[in-house]
Design a protein around this ligand. Structure first.
Ligand SMILES: Nc1ncnc2c1ncn2[C@@H]1O[C@H](COP(=O)(O)O)[C@@H](OP(=O)(O)O)[C@H]1O
Ligand SMILES: [Mg+2]
Length: 250
């Protein structure tokens, strides 16, 4: 099994576990915080035991595990978010995801994002897919449905774009890849596990991925805080980055 196949197997398996956990919780009348915790724990257990079995020599950075920083000196580090869009998962919505990425010697070398609500897993393997169709007007920008950053609202006004609220960073990046929206912009806080796997998939298919100031998204840093990003078709990147750079000017 190569690394991409490994990522697909693990993300898809964790997605199946999460769906089972949620169905059983519904039958037992469990929801809210308890369901979020059950899901986080079950998906983390599935991924950590799978990585220990399939890739025992690699390091792991997970949203749901202690990080002692030892991974920084490793050449191969799996960056995982067992349940991205925890809130939406607990609300029985479809916009949540499982992220499994591999960072290898300075770059993301493999990734898979399970979208269990849509019954699919997207991966960073060779697909020969063009990087998105030219966007129609107005441009559609995916944004957090619960904490839309002010900068995204400003950019939408400048570009006369439509905002499309959704949960989960992975689900939103996959919405760009799937052509449901033209861009995803986020600012104000996030961590490497929120974007590593979907960014690996987006890059493999030719999409633009960067910080909102246009600099590269870097992974396996000592501090995994990675607060902002832009993902869009390459033809839109310059317009969006310029609109962001205009800052608070009217
Ligand atoms: N300001 C912020 N600070 C820290 N994490 C944030 C954040 N805004 C969004 N995120 C994280 O990014 C993911 C997508 O958020 P959203 O659905 O609002 O777009 C969520 O991951 P988790 O669900 O794994 O916690 C959320 O916790
Ligand atoms: Mg997350």
């Amino acid at each position: 099994m190569n690394d991409v196949e490994c990522a697909v197997e693990l993300a898809g398996g964790a997605g199946d576990v999460l769906k089972r956990v949620r169905a059983q919780a519904l039958e037992r009348g469990i929801g809210g915080r308890e369901l979020k915790d059950l899901g986080d724990r079950a998906a983390q257990d599935h991924l950590s035991s799978g990585l220990a079995r399939l890739r025992p020599n690699d390091a792991v950075l997970s949203e749901e595990a202690e990080d002692d920083g030892g991974r920084v000196s490793h050449q191969r580090v799996w960056i995982i978010d067992p349940l991205d869009g925890t809130r939406e998962y607990s609300e029985h919505r479809d916009d949540w995801a499982v992220h499994v990425a591999l960072w290898e010697a300075g770059r993301l070398s493999a990734g898979a994002v399970a979208l269990p609500g849509l019954g699919t897993v997207l991966d960073s393997g060779p697909h020969g897919q063009a990087a998105g169709a030219a966007p129609g007007e107005p441009i559609r920008i995916a944004v957090s449905r619960t904490r839309a950053p002010a900068v995204v609202e400003q950019v939408a006004r400048r570009l006369c774009a439509t905002l499309v609220p959704m949960g989960s960073a992975g689900y939103k990046i996959c919405a760009v890849i799937r052509g449901e929206v033209d861009a995803y912009i986020h600012a104000g806080g996030q961590y490497e596990w929120d974007s590593a796997a979907p960014v690996a998939v987006a890059r493999a298919r030719g999409f633009h991925t960067s910080r909102i100031d246009g600099t590269p998204l870097l992974y396996n840093r000592p501090d995994p805080y990675l607060p902002d990003l832009v993902v869009c078709g390459p033809h839109l990147a310059q317009r969006i980055l310029e609109a962001i750079a205009e800052g608070d000017l009217p």
